[in-house]
Design a protein. Sequence first.
Length: 260
Amino acid sequence: MRGFFVLLAVLLPLASSADSSLPFMKDLVGDTELPRPWGLSIDFYTMDQDYDVQNLKFELPEGFPPLVVDDPSLLEVTNDVMHFDIKGDVWLLPFLNVFGLVGKVDTDTVVDFSKANIIGLPFSKLPVSFDGTVYGGGFTLVYGTERWFTSATTTYTKSSISGDFKSTVDSISVQPRIGLIRDNWVFWAGGMYLDVDEHHSGVFDVPGIGEVDFAIDLITRDNWNYTAGIGHYFGDRANLSFEIGFGERTHTLFNFNVRF
């Protein structure tokens, strides 16, 4: 929660001192009503996806035969994510919104070796669980009318993680959408491109063997999935939205945004 109060300390003074100059270049849209320039959001996000193993290294204690991975593509890696963040944003231009976020992430990754022919491996699964703080930022480009819109959001995040092992997770996502506007309701469909680099290393104890050093690099197996969502505007001060992702990767995204 410390990051939340830091974000508030930065955003609120800026918003209170802002005048009608934001967004810049508003004359490009004439008399079109624009959103209030400053926003503060709560996001809750869950995701289930599969990974591919990019690199894998095990070092068994002396006296044990070396491990040989015949076909790393046979390794099955599942990843479950729960993510909560606070996001501050501002409309700099009528078609450009920029934002920064800080939050918490809780992840469970399981590497399943049972279908791979790995000589000398004394266990079938390697669970890696961790949680930590996630930081990030990005921008959204928007074009539309009073009845429809199209947008593309790019987000980069980096996680500061504590857990059973030494872990790092970086991600970049791009979300194109096209949608309809009906009164205070919006409906959209689109997709999400996600590229995640996840690295874990450390030591764990195997009964009968002792300490085993390992290092593994994981990448997203399916970069794209489909999305659909619905949102409701409570005047110009707040809006609520919900999105689902489906395909080889699934996700849910809940967002509540207030503007000032």
